[in-house]
Design a protein around this ligand. Sequence first.
Ligand code: IPD
Ligand code: CA
Ligand code: CA
Length: 275
Amino acid sequence: MTVKPDLAHYLDIATEAALAAGAVLQHYWGNLEEIQEKGRPGDLVTEADAEAEAVVLKVLGRHFPDHQILAEESGQQGNQSSAYLWAIDPLDGTTNYAHQYPFFATSIGLIIEGVPQVGVIFDPFRQELFRAAKGLGATRNRQPIQVSTVNTLNQSLLVTGFAYDRREIVDNNYAEFCHLTHLTQGVRRAGAASLDLAYVACGRLDGYWERGLSPWDISAGVVLVEEAGGRITAYDESPFDLYSGRILATNRHIHRALSTELLTVTPSTFPSKAL
Ligand code: IPD
Ligand code: CA
Ligand code: CA
C-alpha cells in the first residue's frame, strides 16, 4: 500500500517559508548594499536573495530534514535519495528588485517523484499569496482562482521573458516576441517567471512561454496554472519537461494557437553580436 502524501501540510509549510522570505525582501527593499553580477551580464544577486533563501531553508529543514533541496543560490542539498525535492527561488525578479521596480516574488515548489505537486508564490509588495496543490485547487489570498476564458490570440494578453544568455545565442526569443506582439493585444516582459505563471493562473494573462528557465523559476507556477484549469506543455504540445528550460503555459483555450505560432518562428539573427 502506498501512503498518499499530505499535500495540504506541505502547502502550509511552504506558505510559512514564503511569508518569512517575503519579510526579508520587504526589509531590504530600497536598502540594498550589495548588488553583484553572478557571471553573465545582468544576472544579479543581492544580500536579499541570500537571506531570503536562508530563511526558506531554515523552515523547510526544520520540518523536512530528510527531503532534497534545489535552491537557486546554494544549489542541490539534502537527502539525494528522497522522492521529495523542494525547488526554491528566494527572489524571482532580482533585476526588478535591484532597480526598485516592484514586480518580484518568492517561489517554492515541491516536486514529488519528478512531478510538481505543491506551489507557493508570494509577492510581498502587493501582499498577494498564490497557493496550489495537486487535486486541491489554486488560490490567491485563500480565494479560489481560475484561468481566463479568452479563446483567440487576437483577444489575448501574453507574457514572456528573456534568459541571461540572450546576448550569446541566436535562439534568444526575440523573434517569437515580435511575432506574437503582432498577433495579440500585447506581450508583456514583466521580469519574474513565477508571477507570470501566477498571473496566468488567476486570469490576468492568457498565456506565457519562455526558454532558458530553471526548475526553481517554474515548479510552483506550473501547479498553480494546472490547478486553475490551465495547460502546461512543451512548445510543440508534447509533455512538459521541468528540466528542458522551456515552457508553454496557457488558459488552455489558446494553447494550440500559441503553440502553432511559436513553431512557425525562425530564430532572429538580431542583433548579430553582443552590443
Ligand atoms: C529570472 C526571472 C525572469 C526570467 C529569467 C529568470 P531571477 O529569474 O524569472 O523573468 O526571464 O529567465 O532567470 O534571476 O530574477 O531569479
Ligand atoms: Ca528566477
Ligand atoms: Ca532568483
